[in-house]
Design a protein around this ligand. Sequence first.
Ligand code: ZN
Length: 434
Amino acid sequence: VTTRRLVAAARTVSRAQAKLLKALLDVSDLFPVAESAVLEVAAALAWTKPATAIQLSQAHEVMRRLPAVGESLAAGDIDLPRARVIADAVSTLDDEIARRVAEQVLPSAPKMTTGQLRARLAKMVIAADPDTAVKRHKRRVSGRRVVFEPGHDGCANVLGLDLSAEEAVRASTNISRLARQLKAAGDPRSMDQLRADTFVRLLCGESTGRGSVELTCSLPTLAQLSRNPGALAGYGPVVAEIARNVASQQAKSAWTYTVRDPSSGNVFHGTVRSRPDRPPGGKADPGGPAGPVVPEGAKEPRRRSRNGSSDGGSSSAGNSGTAGAAGRGSGGGNPEAARKAPAGVRREVVARDRTCRAPGCRVPATACDLDHTKPWGAGGETVSANLIPLCRFHHRARHEGGWRYKRQANGVVTWRSPLGNIYHTYPEQDDDPP
Ligand SMILES: [Zn+2]
């Protein structure tokens, strides 16, 4: 009951926000010149001029340009931060396409955090108009530059702006990797200091190996049969052209594939040994590139390529079909060894769930603990069906905070909060939840 009152109060605020936006527009409509409207509103509410201008333009975006978003706010279904995220994400699209994308995302928006919403929209905006997305990327990256700005107290800033996301991710991953190595070797500097010092050292010409970038991309996109966006770990969706470019640059890295069964959310996962004869950036090959056979009715498989030495490429191809073999008792008399998920099982769970499975959490599964749904101590097995990724924070919430969950056969995880409220989370995928 207390939680219900909380939700009701939030809906009341949303409805009031819609009323405020509507009232702003009513005043603004009385003036043919925007600047005069700003002055009138600023005087009435004792707001600064810049703040007023921002509010008026947001009111226009939400209530006029995207009427469905305005209605959803007025009904109390979404709040103002969600409305802003939607308006902001589609701001570069033509009106008609912007409205379509907004209407598509609205039904699931009330259940998503602003972070989840932003990620979903980034993908939809690229998919809705790939040509414009490519043009915008080219225009922006052509303005790439390095800026030096003097700072205070004998410090200064060096900034690389509008770099290609792929190169920027590679660079910053590399900086973090080198900094972690120094930390692991006992360096007393903080991680921030180590990253900054590594950054400067590399810029001054002291080179130490290549960076890595992890790409997730659908097979049709790699085969140039579709222009669905790919995703760079640590950045988010990128246009198909960039995804193919990254894949072709990393043709020698480890590639894995994942085929998802849409009815169960289960995945078939393994390592790719063969490579296409020609780079994916080349001319379309009507025969299609070499790759895993996709079972009929399966969802688009995903390929993940990883550069660098971490994964070794040759590791345990074919682990996908044998995840069950890693279960209880296979540790050869060492219970603690059998409790920890073998690399193959871990990869499968990571590929299946992609993020922490607690409500609203977007911590990548690669950085999560694997939680035994039925606890190990109670006879639960170390198999993918009994494991979900949980970040440190949510792992603790489950074991010490009174949060309980069940993973259903279709992959949906149902949570029960300490106050007895029920929440569902869905395996990350391209479509809206069922
Ligand atoms: Zn989490």
